[in-house]
Design a protein around this ligand. Structure first.
Ligand code: SF4
Length: 246
């Protein structure tokens, strides 16, 4: 999070915040979280996964964060941004861990904003509830479905993510599927398996993201070499034709 993040440390006793997503911070302006649009980004607190490459590890633990803005404060500020921003993006942590996300999204939509969700898809039931209200989804696919517990640390997570992914693909909502690649976590065989699984689900576009050291707390991962091999990408395109490496 950059310098334009709003924090309040004094309102966790506000009962209304218990009924709405625990907010870790708000980025007032982003041009990269909703392609072609300007948005604010709301970071929610809490994620059950423990991905080694996580660049927001301070948002993993549940409950209130040490830096908290209340939902009413966020809404009050968003009301001043109408006409200046296209959308509001919910990011984490994992926003769908909060059942109250649906209410939060409805309130943001009522202000006239488009709504974006960045998610790991770990909560298919909650994801299904918010999906009809979303305008764009950034969906992380982390590994072959069978290897998900190795990457996330969450037993059974692969099946849940697959269920969310299938829901999203059948909804025809605009989206981006992206995978963070570090050679210590995903082998070439893993990526080929992922490409085959995505092909079977009808996916035609896939973004491979180079590992980003910024914020990563895993020093072994940060210190180790990683690269995305061009020949491998060509091979993956045999399964998913449109692959972007960034
Ligand atoms: S799912 Fe996202 S927020 Fe959660 S640990 Fe993994 S990278 Fe971090």
């Amino acid at each position: 999070m950059g310098a334009n993040v709003l924090y309040r440390r004094d309102i966790i006793s506000d009962n209304r915040s218990i009924l709405l997503p625990s907010i870790a911070g708000v980025s007032q302006f982003s041009a990269v979280d909703y392609p072609g649009h300007l948005c604010a980004v709301i970071y929610t607190q809490g994620c059950p996964c423990r991905c080694r490459y996580c660049h927001n590890p301070n948002l993993q633990r549940g409950g209130p964060g040490s830096s908290i803005v209340s939902w009413p404060m966020v809404m009050e500020w968003l009301a001043t941004r109408r006409g200046l921003l296209d959308a509001v993006a919910f990011c984490g942590g994992e926003p769908t861990v909060h059942k109250s996300l649906l209410l939060a999204i409805k309130q943001v939509k009522a202000l006239g904003f488009n709504v974006v969700l960045h998610t790991s898809g770990l909560y298919p039931h909650n994801f299904a509830k918010v999906l009809p209200l979303l305008d764009w989804v950034g969906f992380d696919v982390k590994s072959p479905f069978a290897r998900y517990p190795d990457v996330t640390g969450v037993p059974g997570s692969g099946g849940k993510v697959k269920e969310s992914l299938e829901r999203m693909l059948s909804s025809n909502i605009s989206h981006e599927l992206r995978t963070t690649v570090h050679n210590a976590i995903l082998s070439s065989a893993d990526l080929v398996m992922m490409a085959r699984e995505l092909q079977m689900l009808g996916v035609s576009r896939w973004v491979l993201q180079r590992f980003n050291k910024a914020g990563c707390a895993d020093l072994e991962l940060v210190a180790s070499h990683t690269a995305i091999d061009g020949d491998l990408v060509d091979r993956l395109r045999g399964y998913v034709p449109n692959i972007l490496v960034r």
